[in-house]
Every structure is written in structure tokens, then in C-alpha cells.
Design a protein around this ligand. Structure first.
Ligand code: ATP
Length: 453
């Protein structure tokens, strides 16, 4: 059980997410749909920034990785060959007393007796395998031959396109194929806000290599991925690495690390980094009858490459960022009285809005015109927000609460009314320290761009 303060913290986070437009329940006006979420105006920006940064470091900044974007629906043969149709399941138990449907690992064991965690009942069914894939039909006839599934992971599209991409990209081993996209799992118990959803997004890299390189590359990718989380603002001491023991790994995996984060509801997986050997490509080669081998020009040998897979969840990363960023401190209000300030301390790199621009007064035409000029100046470089309503302190607070790292205020000094030297300068306020510096408008783009890069 998590401590009450963690529980309260999580409640505050969920309520802030709704109130400020990060995350809403899907189909809310109809009572929602369990396990499905919609990202609002700020959530979508945060999510996009996470995906763009992942793509930047995993694809654009590397010579050895190319991207792809596969379809969500695939030939059902893919899911047979990958093993998902037969084995992608969780054991499920029903409580006959309260009719709760539970994952077997949620059953409470009290003094050697199994109990329902919802009602405490002991009348439970034996565990049964429940396949997590969403089944659907392709075309007009709903029969066995038209069945397929919404993909439960993005990786399989990469494996089945391995040969095409190898040919067009002319890459040599080791090299990787990256993809970001939706995945669907009919989770038995979606819970912990967006953490366990039925529809979610993954960021996956399949990094192909020679068998002898597999274990070293597993260690390499673990290090790279830990660095990624730190570079988007997650403290290293809240990240944990679980070396998954052999009996809990997929049978084909020679090593798996789970990267976990200390969420308010407990330590939970953010990403799996797995050495999957040559299992996936071998399965697809066998089932399709098409060669998925690599020809090594130096040794003149043909073989099926091995693969190391860092597989991350976009939604879990976004949730971790919000949990990490959420903080409360004390700051003076308009009258100098201390009040609680809610701040999302996002790394500027992922913050939904990078800079807010305020005219000191909204009824002073020159201030408004100058502020709008600055908005237009910054807009091509970053996501900016213009706000003229309310006292300036209140406007700062509204931005603090959504994690905007910088605030630019246009005041009478900007107009050169007090001191000609200060003409065309503004105050630049830092969200975390609340310190203000006087900077030239002409230097803003450079200054801000370097801080949010
Ligand atoms: P878990 O044990 O939590 O169910 P998993 O080990 O089945 O996760 P993987 O199959 O390794 O997850 O998927 C890779 C990543 O995809 C996970 O680390 C996670 O970030 C994300 N992911 C998987 N299932 C979900 C889900 N139901 N909701 C949100 N993200 C998910």
C-alpha cells in the first residue's frame, strides 16, 4: 500500500491534468470508456515533445538507425508466427461473490488463503488464460478467415519489413529500425490513471546485430535509455533498473532489463530493454517461407540477425514526467501574503508551452502591440502563449501550474518611457527561481532557444 501522501499527490495530479487540459477521460460525457484517455491541448504538446525528442536522439542524431511507420492492422499470420495468438495472455480469476474480474497476480494471499482484493471473498475461480489482443474482422464477412487483431505492440511491423528496409537503407549490421505508434491491449484491469491503458503508444527500436554482440549491446542500450530519461528531466535516483530473472523472461530472451520509475502509486515499469536473440526474425522466416537473412559481405556468410529491443511507452513516460514535475511551494501573492504555488517543473525541452508573453496592462495599446510583436517573433521558433487578462502575478501562477519555463513581460521600460537605455528590453522570468532578468528583445530568440534545446 502506498502512503496516504502519495495517494493524495496522485489525486492532485489527476485533477490538475483534467482542470488544465492535459488528460481527459475518453468519451467522458457518456460515462467514459475504461482504459482509454484523451490528451487535451497541453497534453498533446507534452506528448509530442516526448516523441519528437525520442525520434531526435534515436533516429536523427544517429547514422545507424532509420525509421518506419507501420499499419495497425496486419495480416493475421503475423500474430500466429510471433506467438501472440497462442500466448499473449494474462491469467485471469473471477470472484464468484462480487463478480470482480482480476489478474491472477492481484489476488491477495492471507495466511495461505487466496482472497478477492475487492470484497475479501474466498470463492474464486481457477486462473484461466485471457488473450489481451483485440479481435476484429477485415472486410464484409465476419468469419474465421477475416479475423485479425489490433496490434498489441509496434515491433512486429519492424520484423516483417526487415528485408525491405535493409535493402532500401543499405545499412550494415549493427543497425536499427525505430517506430512510434499506437498499440492496443485488452488489459483485464486498467488502472493507475494512464499507466495501464487499453490503447496506448509505444516508442520502439529494434537494433539488429550479430549474435556475439547481443549482450554488449543490451548493456549499451540500457545506458542510452537511462540517459534519455534524465535528459527529459527525470531524476536518476527515481529510476530503477530491474534485471529480470531468467524464469520471468520470455523464453527466447537472453537478458531483459526493466527501467522502472517511482510513481506515487509505486515503482513501476517505464520501458523494457530486451535481448530477443534471433527469435522474431526466425519465426517470420519459418512461417512466411521468405528469407530474412543478412548477407555479410566480408565473411560471405548468411545468417539471421539477433536483436536488442528498447521498448518504451509514450503514455507512461508522459505520466512519469507529470509526476516528476508536480510540486508545491510557497510564493507571495499580489499583496505579499505567502500562498501555496503549484508548479510543474518540466524540463524546458518537454514543456508544452515554452514561453508566455504578457503586456503589463491590457488597456495600454503600445504595451499590447509590443507584446504581440514579440509573440510573432518567437512563434516560428517555439510554442508561445499570449495572456493579457488579470493581474500579472496571477498570470505567472497560471503558467507555473502548467509548467511554462519562461515568462516575458512587456512594461513601460520596454517602451523607453523611463530610461531610453531600457527601450526594447523586457523582463524574462524563470519559473523555478521566479527570478527576473532584463534582456533585449533582439536577444530573446537565441537565449530561449539555447535553454530549451
Ligand atoms: P506490464 O508488465 O506493465 O504489463 P509489459 O512488460 O507487458 O508491461 P511490454 O510488452 O514490454 O510491457 O511493452 C513495452 C512498453 O509498452 C512498456 O514498458 C510500457 O511502457 C508500454 N505499455 C505496455 N502495456 C501498456 C499499457 N497497458 N498501458 C500503457 N503502456 C503500456
Amino acid at each position: 500500500m502506498s502512503a496516504p501522501s502519495d495517494h493524495q499527490r496522485m489525486e492532485k495530479i489527476v485533477s490538475l491534468c483534467k482542470r488544465r487540459g492535459f488528460i481527459f477521460q475518453s468519451s467522458e460525457i457518456y460515462g467514459g470508456l475504461n482504459g482509454c484517455w484523451d490528451y487535451g491541448p497541453l497534453g498533446v504538446e507534452l506528448k509530442r515533445n516526448v516523441k519528437n525528442y525520442w525520434w531526435r536522439v534515436m533516429v536523427h542524431e544517429r547514422d545507424d538507425v532509420v525509421g518506419m511507420d507501420g499499419s495497425i492492422l496486419m495480416n493475421c499470420a503475423v500474430w500466429k508466427a510471433s506467438g501472440h495468438e497462442d500466448t499473449f495472455s494474462d491469467p485471469m480469476v473471477d470472484c464468484r461473490s462480487c463478480k470482480a474480474r482480476l489478474r491472477a497476480d492481484q489476488i491477495v494471499n492471507k495466511k495461505g488463503e487466496k482472497q478477492c482484493p475487492v470484497c475479501g471473498g474466498k470463492d474464486l475461480t481457477a486462473p484461466r488464460a485471457f488473450n489481451l489482443m483485440f479481435k476484429t474482422y477485415v472486410g464484409a464477412t465476419e468469419d474465421e478467415s477475416s479475423i485479425t487483431y489490433l496490434r498489441p505492440e509496434t515491433a512486429q511491423a519492424i520484423f516483417v519489413q526487415f528485408k525491405n528496409i535493409l535493402e532500401v537503407s543499405r545499412k550494415k549490421l549493427p543497425f536499427g529500425i525505430a517506430q512510434i505508434g499506437k498499440a492496443f491491449r485488452n488489459e483485464i484491469n486498467p488502472r493507475n490513471f494512464t499507466f495501464r491503458s487499453r490503447e496506448f503508444e509505444q516508442m520502439e527500436l529494434e537494433y539488429f546485430c550479430r549474435a556475439e554482440e547481443g549482450m554488449d549491446l543490451l548493456a549499451y542500450w540500457l545506458k542510452e535509455r537511462l540517459k534519455f530519461y534524465q535528459d527529459i528531466g527525470i531524476a536518476r535516483d527515481r529510476l530503477h533498473v530491474l534485471d529480470v530473472p531468467e524464469d520471468e523472461r520470455a523464453f527466447y530472451s537472453k537478458g531483459t532489463f526493466d527501467i522502472e520509475y517511482e510513481f506515487p502509486f509505486g515503482r513501476q515499469e517505464l520501458e523494457g530493454v530486451a535481448y530477443r536473440t534471433d527469435y522474431d526474425l526466425s519465426q517470420h522466416q519459418k512461417a512466411s517461407g521468405k528469407s530474412l537473412e543478412y548477407f555479410d559481405e566480408e565473411t560471405k556468410q548468411k545468417f539471421i540477425p539477433h536483436v536488442v529491443e528498447p521498448s518504451a511507452g509514450v503514455d507512461r513516460t508522459v505520466l512519469a514526467l507529470i509526476c516528476e514535475a508536480y510540486s508545491e511551494d510557497e510564493a507571495p501573492d499580489e499583496k505579499g501574503k505567502m500562498e501555496t504555488r503549484v508548479v510543474l517543473r518540466f524540463h524546458p525541452r518537454v514543456a508544452p508551452i515554452k514561453c508566455a508573453v504578457f503586456p503589463l496592462l491590457k488597456n495600454k495599446e503600445e504595451l499590447v502591440a509590443k507584446a504581440k510583436e514579440i509573440v510573432n517573433l518567437l512563434r516560428p521558433h517555439m510554442n508561445v502563449f499570449y495572456d493579457e487578462s488579470g493581474a500579472i502575478g496571477r498570470r505567472y501562477r497560471r503558467q507555473d501550474e502548467i509548467g511554462t519555463p519562461f515568462g516575458v513581460t512587456v512594461d513601460f521600460e520596454t517602451l523607453g518611457e523611463k530610461d531610453a537605455v531600457l527601450r526594447d528590453t523586457v523582463t524574462l522570468r524563470d519559473r523555478d527561481s521566479m527570478k527576473q532578468e532584463r534582456v533585449k528583445i533582439s536577444e530573446l530568440i537565441h537565449l530561449l532557444s539555447s535553454r530549451i534545446a
